[in-house]
Structure formats: structure tokens, C-alpha cells
Design a binder for this molecule. Structure first.
Ligand code: NDP
Length: 233
């Protein structure tokens, strides 16, 4: 084991109160060298989830519905708890309906939580990662956001995830080689969003995101992954 792998890191996981986000927060905490900041929309949820993960886990309220001040709130979290080395943009909403069924407001709501809030967090935290020379950013995406699959899910959700994929690619060269930014499709996962008939447990869905959040220095950046393998955008 080299010094790099045992260095203490701090990870911020959004939507950590349930589903895949909770499994990612638990999995990162179990790595032993990662202090997790579990972000949830509501402060009470954040406190409950932090208490249930491990000693040293911090819970913070981070509502992503209105992304205008999300960057400022992320900076305030860093000011209070120290530099964030790992960002997992996990929180998302899924509004059902095709492009002819949803309203522009539905698209705006979806873009706010699923795309613009992650953008605000990457902007706020990515600069510090670059300056410190180490960072990992994981954008939890979906096969419904893949052009290679035809963007064929619910319209607002699919469009927001396609934009999240584009953002991943766009940020990679700006952040530089020391900050790995990748998108992960967790697979079809048994959560409130995925439903109980889904293939994967939350822990199985969290596997690729956790792998990307803990990549070694020679790991990939600017890619899209499922089951730890590259998939087409
Ligand atoms: P869940 O619906 O179970 O959980 C979504 C999480 O996002 C919750 O913690 C929720 O918080 C949070 N969230 C939603 N809106 C906001 C907001 N405005 N502010 C802060 N937090 C918010 O979903 P999953 O765990 O299944 O999904 C996690 C990620 O995986 C998402 O990005 C999703 O798109 C992706 N994904 C999931 C798949 C699946 O099959 N489950 C398949 C492909 C991708 P709250 O409890 O307050 O609502």
C-alpha cells in the first residue's frame, strides 16, 4: 500500500439519506480513510443518516431544488468541515412522461436538481481539488441519458442526464489529470426510483460509483462507466 491510498480524504455525497446515495456513503465510509459528509435535502434526515453510518460521519442539509446558492452552500460546508476531496453527485428526481406530456416547468425542475446543482457543486469544489492536486468527482447518470441508447427514458430525466454526461466530458480537461471526473450508470437498482423489481441491490448499484470515487492516480477521467466498464455516451 502506498502513502496515497492511506491518506485521509473527505467525501460529500448528495442525496445520501436513502437508496444508492446511502449505499455510496456507507461504502465510502467503510474504506477506512474517507470521512463522509452525508448531504440530504432535510437537516433531520442528514443527522439520522450520519448517525447510522459511522462515527466521524457528518450530516449536512443540502436542498438542490434551487441551485442558485448551492455553490455558496458547498463553500460554507468546506469552510466548516475542511476541504472536500471527493464529490458524488447522486441526488436526482425522475418526473415521468414524454416530451409531449411534461411541461417546461417539469424540465426546469429536473434540470435544476439533476444537472445545474451538480454543475454548481463541481464549480464550487473542483477548483480547490485542482489547486490541491487531488480530486474525484462522480456524476451518477443513467443509460436513459446515453445518446448511444437513444435518450429513451422519461423526457425530463433523460435530457437532464444527457446534459450531466456532457458536463462530465466538458469539465474533464479543465480540471486536469489529478482530478478525475467520471459519470456512472449504477444499473437498474431497487430503490424508490428504481422500484422493487430492479436487478441490483443498492450496494451493487453503489459499486461502480465507489470505485470511481476512489480511483488510483493513473485511473481514467472523462468517461462513462457501468459495472466498472466503459460504456458509450
Ligand atoms: P431515490 O429516489 O431512491 O433517491 C433519490 C435521492 O435524491 C434521495 O436522497 C432524495 O432525497 C434526493 N433528492 C431528490 N431531490 C432532491 C433535492 N431537491 N435536494 C436534495 N436531495 C434530493 O433514487 P436512487 O437512489 O435510485 O437514485 C440515485 C441516483 O442513481 C440518481 O442520480 C438516479 O438518477 C440514478 N439512477 C438510479 C437508477 C435506479 O434504477 N434506481 C438507474 C439509473 C440511475 P429525498 O429523500 O429528500 O427525496
Amino acid at each position: 500500500m502506498n502513502n496515497e491510498t492511506v491518506k485521509m480524504r473527505t467525501a460529500l455525497v448528495t442525496g445520501a439519506n436513502r437508496g444508492i446515495g446511502l449505499a455510496i456513503a456507507k461504502g465510502l465510509s467503510a474504506c477506512g480513510n474517507i470521512r463522509v459528509i452525508a448531504a440530504a435535502r432535510w437537516a433531520e434526515d442528514a443527522q439520522v443518516v450520519a448517525a447510522g453510518i459511522a462515527c466521524g460521519t457528518t450530516g449536512v442539509a443540502l436542498d438542490l431544488s434551487d441551485p442558485t446558492d448551492v455553490g455558496e452552500r458547498a463553500s460554507a460546508i468546506e469552510k466548516r468541515y475542511g476541504p472536500i476531496d471527493i464529490l458524488v453527485n447522486n441526488a436526482a428526481i425522475l418526473i415521468p412522461g414524454s416530451g409531449l406530456e411534461i411541461s417546461p416547468a417539469d424540465l426546469a425542475k429536473s434540470l435544476a436538481v439533476n444537472t445545474i446543482a451538480p454543475f454548481a457543486l463541481i464549480r464550487a469544489l473542483g477548483h480547490g481539488m485542482k489547486v490541491r492536486g487531488w480530486g474525484r468527482i462522480v456524476n451518477i447518470s443513467s443509460d436513459w441519458g446515453a445518446f448511444s441508447e437513444g435518450i429513451n427514458g422519461p423526457a425530463a430525466y433523460s435530457i437532464s442526464k444527457a446534459a450531466l454526461n456532457a458536463m462530465t466530458l466538458s469539465f474533464a480537461p479543465i480540471l486536469g489529470a489529478a482530478v478525475k471526473i467520471n459519470a456512472a450508470n449504477p444499473g437498474w437498482v431497487r430503490t424508490r426510483m428504481g422500484g422493487q423489481n430492479a436487478t441490483y441491490s443498492p450496494e451493487e448499484g453503489a459499486d461502480t460509483p465507489i470505485w470511481l470515487a476512489t480511483l488510483p492516480d493513473d485511473g481514467p477521467t472523462g468517461g462513462f462507466f457501468c459495472d466498472r466498464r466503459v460504456v458509450a455516451w
